[in-house]
Design a protein around this ligand. Structure first.
Ligand code: 5RP
Length: 294
């Protein structure tokens, strides 16, 4: 169906009308089973409806990333300030205590490493449903490559993971990757986030962009935003603030936390924005205070 030319442009996002919620606060997940909702409630705080996810899965394609050379030293001190730990099963198993109270989002797909020019040619399953259950995963993350050579393969992996997840009550996080041919535009993120939700993702991870309000409105499940490359702390807090104000339900942030000169300060500051509606300036004070306590 080559039907991408001559369509009417979508335009009516009803931005003044909240998403229809029927009896469960995590957007679009009201009709899921109890176990799925219980895990989503471990990820998204009932008080705010939002989540702070700490991403430290970068090594799965990049090897030792700056700030993550020693995950066993860097990540455990941040656990009290976040709701969800996002990593590969290899790193969670080796570097994170099984007594940890935070929810775990396990990255269940592998991809080509950064040694390949194009990483988006489609990977495979790195952690199957049995292993995710054994890890007591609260969520399974699948990387997808919309508009890239690996699109079809990654959507297959997403759908199969969502099938397995719905059998056992484990939500699937669809992760939007931006292939090297793609631009970070509203148009791209509108399409990519919606495609992931339509193919079974319970939660979508994407990037903040101009027009994010429409992206969030058109995605029937919660969007959490990635942080991307390290920004000055105030700018990262501004981005998180704008995303939340425009409809994101949290962040899944890595480098802007663990590459900060005060990872604990940034984790706490981000938490204030995501859960308590602090402005970027107020949250930046939190970051400064924690940093100065050292
Ligand atoms: C890549 C990912 C990574 O977890 C991610 O990019 C998160 O971290 P950062 O905030 O450093 O971008 O999902 O697709």
């Amino acid at each position: 169906m080559a039907d991408n030319i001559g369509n009417k442009a979508a335009h009516d996002y009803h931005l003044d009308v909240p998403a229809v919620q029927e009896g469960f606060y995590v957007k679009g997940n009201a009709h899921c089973a109890w176990g799925m909702k219980n895990r989503l409630a471990r990820m998204f705080r009932p008080q705010s409806g939002n989540t702070v996810m700490l991403a430290f899965d970068h090594g799965y394609i990049m090897g030792p990333t700056a700030g993550l050379e020693r995950i066993d030293l860097v990540i455990p001190p941040l656990v009290p300030y976040v709701d969800v730990l996002m990593g590969t099963r290899g790193v969670i198993r080796s570097c994170i205590s099984p007594t940890v109270p935070a929810a775990k989002c396990v990255r269940v797909t592998y991809d080509s490493t950064v040694l390949y020019d194009d990483m988006s040619n489609g990977g495979g399953i790195a952690c199957d449903i049995d292993s995710a259950i054994e890890m007591n995963a609260d969520c399974m993350a699948v990387q997808t490559f919309i508009g890239a050579p690996g699109e079809s393969r990654s959507l297959e992996l997403l759908a199969r993971t969502a099938d397995a997840g719905s059998r056992y009550g484990i939500p699937t996080l669809g992760v939007v990757a931006v292939g090297k041919e793609m631009a970070r535009t509203e148009k791209f993120f509108l399409l990519a986030t919606r495609v992931l939700a339509e193919n079974g993702a319970n939660v979508v991870k994407s990037y903040y962009c101009e027009g994010f309000e429409r992206v969030a409105a058109a995605c029937p499940v919660p969007i959490v935003i990635a942080g991307g490359k390290k920004l000055p702390e105030l700018e990262a807090l501004e981005m998180a603030y704008r995303a939340i104000q425009e409809g994101a339900h949290g962040v899944d942030m890595g480098r802007n936390i663990f590459q900060s000169d005060s990872p604990a300060g940034m984790a706490q500051a981000i938490g204030k924005v995501v859960h308590e509606g602090y402005t970027p300036a107020q949250a930046h004070e939190v970051y400064q205070e924690v940093k100065n306590q050292r």
